[in-house]
Design a protein around this ligand. Structure first.
Ligand code: SF4
Length: 144
């Protein structure tokens, strides 16, 4: 289609009846239809566009699901590393820990990888697990 418009402009005409190009005995339409390579390329492009349009919504629906923290296991406070660091799902229970700072929780920790509305999110210290936003451990570090 672009070629047709382009050719029509080169020939000094717009939409309308086919006319002969000054450099060939073919009309614009004959010239376009007689170019099998371009026709095949156009068909290939259209196939890719149709497949892409069909696949894009499916991919868009799947990708966030793959990365969802909801699907990850919660860190067990009895996990040996979690236990060693005094991890708890409720920071208020950590007040007896000598390194606990008032008001600190996973939500405000630099290692917490969630946003403010996430109840659980990944933590850099515990791969493949999520920790409670209200939790705490002795490695708590003020969010930068
Ligand atoms: S390192 Fe931070 S985010 Fe991770 S469990 Fe400890 S306090 Fe929570």
């Amino acid at each position: 289609m672009l070629v047709a418009v382009h050719r029509a402009k080169l020939n000094g005409s717009g939409a309308g009846a086919p006319e002969l190009s000054p450099h060939t005995t073919q009309t614009n339409e004959e010239w376009i239809m007689s170019d099998p390579a371009e026709s095949q390329a156009r068909r290939r492009f259209l196939k890719i566009a149709v497949v892409g349009a069909a696949v894009a919504p499916v991919a868009a629906a799947l990708l966030p699901r793959i990365a969802r923290a909801d699907d990850m296991a919660h860190l067990d406070p009895n996990d040996p590393t979690a236990k060693a660091l005094g991890y708890t799902e409720d920071a208020s229970t950590a007040k007896g820990n000598p390194v606990y700072k008032a008001g600190s929780s996973c939500q405000g920790c630099n290692f917490f990888k969630g946003h403010s509305e996430m109840a659980y999110a990944p933590c850099d210290l515990f791969p493949n697990k999520v920790v409670s936003a209200k939790g705490w451990c002795a490695s708590w570090t003020q969010k930068a």
